[in-house]
Design a protein around this ligand. Structure first.
Ligand SMILES: [Zn+2]
Ligand SMILES: [Zn+2]
Length: 351
């Protein structure tokens, strides 16, 4: 067994440093995972890569191995495991909750407020490393039909989207609008389509991402934001607007559009983080009986349900990965993700 491993850390000045770490030894209830794929999340860029601006649950402890979307294979068992074993392919739900508070008992480790809560890649070492020490209770089994790159994206982005779509509910008679087609927005289109949405509309500024959404066949229409975007959406929905909207733009204009392009009695989920939004409650939501949902990550059980559904639907989050790099080129991987001229960016680990 090797004793040293490489890991990428984020100093917070738009660079990546590679460092040697000791390979950790799994204790009681823990496993050692050989990392096979870790994808980069928008929040890694927003809160850590450019500058360490995250606070509380988004606070990064300097020197931690980055990466909160890891997927790999168990190579060493600690004592007292109850379900998982050596050789199992697993996704790491990216927050390790205390396990005993009300939020954790609901499966929402994301919402745990205990001092024992630590997120992988933020307050404990994450997946931009050759090995990850993880707690068994944080693991989701990766079915054989799914790839490690599929699993990595389930760990955060796809899980987050699935939660939001469950909250607003998507049916076969719905037109679904997604504002902001970064990896999370593209995932929202992919899952809404799998859940049966009848018409899919995306709004995005970046030409690379517009083309990607079209090339992957994820949307019936992709509009570039402008003065007439609302009218364009109304025109392709019989003048009514969409039944459901998901904002992944994190942008004031994007959020306003998501609200106003949603029809009477419609539901809107806010997933994109940060920024602000200005709207007029009476005409924009109250008089048209609309509901806005906030949605943050997901629960363990919904993540488990999602992997089951991905197999049933025969769809692969991996399709959104446009670029992949070995760990040695993690700097390039983060730089590309920060530029926005990409789909999902993955760091992959081969034997
Ligand atoms: Zn994330
Ligand atoms: Zn807890």
């Amino acid at each position: 067994m090797v004793t040293k491993m490489r890991a990428a850390i984020l100093p917070g000045n738009s660079t990546v440093e590679l460092k040697d770490f000791e390979v950790p030894k799994p204790g009681h209830g823990e496993v050692l995972i050989k990392t096979r794929a870790t994808t980069i999340c928008g929040s890694d860029i927003r809160c850590i890569y450019r500058e360490h601006v995250g606070k509380g649950p988004e606070g990064y402890i300097p020197g931690m191995a980055a990466g909160h979307e890891p997927c790999g294979e168990i190579v060493e068992e600690g004592e007292g495991l109850r379900r998982f074993k050596k050789g199992d392919r697993v996704i790491v739900y990216h927050i390790s909750g205390c396990g005993v508070c009300n939020d954790c008992r609901r499966g929402y480790y994301i919402s745990c407020k205990s001092k024992y809560r630590r997120a992988y890649g933020w307050q404990r070492n994450g997946g931009m490393a050759e090995y990850i020490l993880a707690e068994e209770k944080d693991l989701i089994a990766l079915p054989d039909e799914l790839t490690f790159k599929d699993g990595a994206q389930v760990a955060c982005g796809f899980g987050t989207v699935y939660e939001a779509l469950q909250k607003i509910g998507v049916c076969g008679d719905h037109a679904v609008l997604v504002t902001g087609l970064g990896p999370v927005g593209l995932a929202a289109l992919m899952l809404a389509k799998a859940m049966g949405a009848e018409k899919l509309i995306g709004v995005e500024m970046n030409d690379y991402r517009i083309k990607l959404a079209k090339d992957l066949g994820l949307a019936d229409y992709v509009f570039k934001p402008g003065d007439d975007t609302l009218k364009q959406i109304l025109d392709v929905t019989g003048g009514y607007g969409c039944e459901r909207a998901v904002d992944c733009s994190a942008n004031d204009a994007g959020r306003q559009l998501a609200i106003r392009a949603t029809r009477q009695w419609g539901k809107i989920a806010f997933v994109g983080e940060g920024g602000t939004v200005n709207f007029n409650p009476s005409p924009d939501i109250i008089h048209d009986q609309k509901t806005i949902y906030g949605s943050w990550v997901t629960s363990l059980w919904l993540m488990e349900e999602l992997v089951e559904r991905l197999v049933r639907w025969n769809i692969h989050p991996e399709d959104l990965v446009t670029h992949e790099f070995p760990l040695e080129q993690a700097g390039e991987a983060y730089r590309l993700m920060a530029s926005g001229n990409c789909g999902k960016v993955a760091v992959v680990f081969n034997d």
